[in-house]
Write a protein that binds this ligand. Structure first.
Ligand SMILES: [Zn+2]
Length: 108
């Protein structure tokens, strides 16, 4: 079981579930099994509070997808910004173009 940082209190879940009318706030489908509550727009890992305004009521599939596509890059980005601020890395630079030293195509 994952740690429950800034977990949503039951009251917030109830309010959000009712606000969403029992539907996923991303795909709009009626949540048939268990509602998932996502920290949005501020991920829990970045200190997002467990409040109604930082909550989304989602189906399991959408929750899994946003965790992959939103939270992970957002956390990585904030880490980069913090590291840049601390002078640990040079500010944004272009990634060098990947060149295969042997001139082969990418193997699929
Ligand atoms: Zn959904």
């Amino acid at each position: 079981m994952r740690s429950h940082r800034n977990e949503f209190p039951a009251q917030v879940k109830i309010e959000r579930y009712n606000y969403a009318k029992g539907r996923c706030e991303i795909c709009g489908k009626l949540i048939v099994s268990v509602a998932h509550y996502d920290h949005f727009p501020i991920p829990a890992a970045l200190g997002g509070p467990g409040t109604f305004n930082n909550c989304r009521c989602l189906c399991r599939l959408c929750h899994e997808r946003v965790t992959r596509e939103h939270d992970v890059p957002a956390i990585a980005k904030s880490k980069r910004i913090a590291e840049t601020r601390m002078g640990l890395r040079a500010p944004k630079r272009k990634m060098p173009k990947h060149k295969d030293p042997w001139g082969r195509g990418r193997e699929q």
